[in-house]
Design a protein around this ligand. Structure first.
Ligand SMILES: Cc1ncc(COP(=O)(O)O)c(C=O)c1O
Length: 396
């Protein structure tokens, strides 16, 4: 058969370096089954199940009524940049100016822009495992090389500066730290985070701190490594309003970084998304400047759910799980169920969805292959039913 032009579409080499986001794929698979009328319980999505607080929604409605519906400056309106810097100062004692701040279309976009601005061909980026899916693909897209740091499951996937040090070479340009961690819920102690920062600063490596879950800590107080004296020179902050204020769909994130980096990111953003949505920016100002009670209310609810999920998982013979110290994910080791044709977390997840109709994300997405990620940002009702199904799937 002669091939048609449609058989031979040449996509760029850089597109072949990345794959579809696994978390998005799980959501699509679960959605397909749901549309077939199947009662799917979804622990795949990393998104709060709470509505966006009313004061935030009202600010957006007021923005629409006031016709604040046009282009804004590419890096966001000045009032929002100021609100981001003020919130960060108030919460963590940092000292950023609006020129060192940029508003992006979600935290993911801040990370994308930062990595495109900082990483070139052959540059090495050090990333502890398990890691959030997107880092790897974005680094690959930029032509960089991921250098993964294994961490110890028995210690809850935490790590130390000594674990990181041997992975830093002359080519290392960036170290990515995500605490609380997605997927493991691991949290670095302030002391260890400071040691890691000192190591990075000493070796001339920039440290990107992904603060997406910074306000969701169960046993310790929120802090930002950017508050260390002199840190602004070495640290770039990727932030997001998505989880903190249950605003995933509004798509507002930000970066805090030296002005030169922000200017580089801004060039890219000005040719891609232009500005983050105008109405969302007004909502974000209210989120940051308005009452903060909703954050504590969500955290208290997540804590209850975490305790329930951990207790249930530990009651299943052979399942191991370190207690998550932050964020809203559980990352159990389910290798006890590697039998009957299941030899990987990927196969486990596919069979769990097909047979028991529970959606989870396989550990391969995060760099390990004996774990699954369950998001407990789901109702207690769904957690109870879902864990019953998981227990049956593993035990039977
Ligand atoms: C670790 C981490 N960083 C950043 C993000 C980006 O979030 P968003 O783009 O929705 O602001 C997420 C979202 O799941 C995340 O888990």
């Amino acid at each position: 058969m002669p091939s048609t032009i449609h058989d031979t579409i040449d996509l760029t080499e850089r597109i072949s370096r990345i794959s579809e986001s696994s978390t998005m794929k799980v959501a699509a698979d679960a959605d397909r089954l749901r549309r077939e009328g199947i009662d799917v319980i979804d622990f795949g999505a990393g998104e709060p199940d709470f509505p966006t607080p009313d004061n935030i929604k009202k600010a957006a409605i007021a923005a629409i009524d006031a016709n604040f519906t046009k282009y804004t400056p590419s890096g966001g309106v000045i009032e929002l940049k100021k609100a981001i810097c003020d919130r960060h100062r108030q919460d963590y004692g940092t000292d950023y100016a609006p020129a060192e701040c940029m508003v992006t279309v979600g935290g993911k976009h801040a990370i994308f822009n930062l990595i495109q601005a900082l990483i070139g061909h052959g540059d090495e980026v050090v990333i502890p495992v398990p890691y959030w899916v997107t880092y790897k693909d974005v680094v690959n897209y930029a032509g960089g090389k991921c250098v993964f740091v294994p961490t110890d499951e028995a210690s809850g996937f935490t790590f130390t500066a000594d674990d990181i040090a041997p992975h830093i070479t002359d080519k290392t340009r960036l170290l990515i730290i995500n605490s609380p961690n997605n997927p493991s819920g691991a949290v670095l102690s302030r002391e260890e985070f400071e040691r890691i920062y000192q190591l990075a600063a000493k070796r001339g490596v920039r440290l990107m701190t992904d603060e997406c879950y910074c306000r969701f800590l169960y046993d310790s107080e929120p802090f930002s490594i950017a508050s260390m004296p002199g840190a602004k020179e070495h640290v770039v902050v990727a932030g997001s309003l998505s989880k903190t204020y249950s605003m995933t769909g509004w798509r507002i994130g930000f970066a805090l970084a030296p002005k030169q980096i922000i200017d580089g990111m801004m060039k890219l953003q000005s040719h891609t998304t232009s500005n983050p949505t105008s109405v969302s920016q007004k909502a974000a100002i209210e989120a940051l400047r308005g009452p903060q009670e909703s954050v504590g209310i969500m955290l208290a609810e997540y804590r209850k759910r975490r305790d329930y999920v951990v207790t249930r998982l530990r009651a299943i013979a052979g399942v191991r799980i370190a207690e998550p110290k932050g964020a809203f994910y559980a990352y159990p080791n389910i290798s006890v169920r590697f039998r009957d044709g299941i030899t990987s977390a990927m196969q486990f997840s596919e069979r769990l969805l097909a047979d028991s109709h529970v959606a989870v994300v396989p550990g391969e997405a995060f760099g390990t292959n004996e774990h699954i990620r369950l998001s407990y940002a789901a109702s207690m009702h769904d957690l109870e039913r879902g864990l019953d199904r998981i227990e049956r799937f593993i035990s039977e």
